[in-house]
Every structure is written in structure tokens, then in C-alpha cells.
Write a protein that binds this ligand. Structure first.
Ligand SMILES: [Zn+2]
Ligand SMILES: [Zn+2]
Length: 204
């Protein structure tokens, strides 16, 4: 698959992981599905402070409300800025979302211009009229085709043993999520049943 667009992966610092841990579970799940737990910003003509000013002064309330629930914002990321897929974050490269789908998520390069106050669309915005693709290829360096890496059976058994030794409400669920096979995994356009369970358990 030599058309995979390789982009650098972001390694979250200890402090950034704290921020991710503080995210409400529902938003953490959303962030995992969208690949915005470890997004990498494209170069921007605006500084971070200028961006913050626009969000505070210009964005309608409903946008800031959603945006601040996610560790690195919700509306700020174009498709090509997304990071690692939830399975790879959980070290399940055998189930990498883009390996399963055989290709990246491709953005249709359209946006919307809203009325003042954010209610109602007044125009369609074509962001890249040259048709340049804006795609999300999971940034994990794992191969996206060919033989799948082995599922980490040993790690699963170990997790099960420790869960048996020290029962926790989430443990059994995380173990069953680890057994998710390809047929249960999400495909394009469908939502994952519960991808955060395993990721949250193994990553954080
Ligand atoms: Zn991977
Ligand atoms: Zn992946």
C-alpha cells in the first residue's frame, strides 16, 4: 500500500495525558473515534493565542461549548490533522482502522458558512477547489496491509489474570472488548460499539 500518506505521530507528554484523562468518558470515546486524542496541527498563519481569541470572541456559543469538552478541541481539526486510530492507541495494530478499511478516511473538502450567531447555513465553502485530498491515515507507523501483526494474546491473558486477582467494574468489559474481532469492528460510516473501553484500559 505505497499510497499511505505517512505523517508524524504525536507523543503525548505526561501533562497532556493528564488532560486526556480529565476528559469525560463520552467525549473521550468521541475523540478516539475521530482520531483527535493525539492530533497534529498543520502550520497556521495564526498563533495559538490568536486562535484562542477567535474561539472566544467570534465563535458562537454552541461551538465553544462542544470544543472545550475535548482535550484539544473538537472543531479545530481537519481530516489530515487527525492522529492515531483507537485500536493502534490500544496497541492493537492488527485491528488498525485503516488496515481494516483498506484505505484512509477521505474528506469531501467542503465546509459551511453559518449565519451570524451560528444558526443556519448561508453558503457552502469549498476549501480546496484544486481537489487536493484531505485524508486521515492513522498516524501509527504500523503497516496498513499485508499480514496483520499478531494480536497480543499474552497481554490479554495477563490482563485477565490481574482482573481476576483484583476485580474492578471495568475490567471484565475491557477484556471482552479486547476480543473484538474484525466483524465487530467498525467500518466507514458506522460508529464503533465501544472502542474507548479497551483503549482507555490499556493506554491510560
Ligand atoms: Zn498501528
Ligand atoms: Zn491505526
Amino acid at each position: 500500500m505505497d499510497h499511505v500518506i505517512r505523517r508524524p505521530q504525536r507523543t503525548l507528554t505526561t501533562q497532556e495525558l493528564e488532560t486526556v484523562r480529565d476528559t469525560a468518558l463520552l467525549n473521550l470515546q468521541g475523540g478516539l473515534i475521530l482520531g483527535i486524542i493525539d492530533p497534529v496541527p498543520n502550520p497556521s498563519p495564526m498563533t495559538e493565542d490568536e486562535g484562542a481569541w477567535v474561539r472566544e470572541q467570534v465563535w458562537p456559543e454552541f461551538m465553544t461549548e462542544i470544543d472545550r469538552k475535548y482535550p484539544w478541541g473538537f472543531w479545530r481539526w481537519s481530516t489530515c490533522e487527525r492522529g492515531t486510530c483507537w485500536n493502534c492507541l490500544a496497541r492493537r495494530c492488527d485491528l488498525c482502522v485503516h488496515r481494516q478499511e483498506g484505505g484512509p478516511h477521505v474528506d469531501d473538502n467542503t465546509g459551511w458558512v453559518y449565519r451570524a450567531g451560528g444558526q443556519g447555513v448561508v453558503a457552502k465553502l469549498i476549501l480546496r477547489p484544486d481537489g487536493a485530498p484531505c485524508v486521515w491515515w492513522c498516524r501509527c507507523p504500523c503497516a496498513k496491509d499485508g499480514p496483520a501483526p499478531d494480536a497480543p494474546a499474552r497481554r490479554r491473558r495477563r490482563a485477565k489474570r490481574s482482573a481476576a486477582a483484583k476485580p474492578e467494574p471495568g475490567a471484565a468489559k475491557a477484556d471482552s472488548a479486547a476480543r473484538t474481532d474484525r466483524s465487530a469492528a467498525p467500518s466507514r460510516g458506522r460508529r464503533a460499539p465501544d472502542p474507548a473501553d479497551e483503549a482507555q484500559y490499556t493506554l491510560f
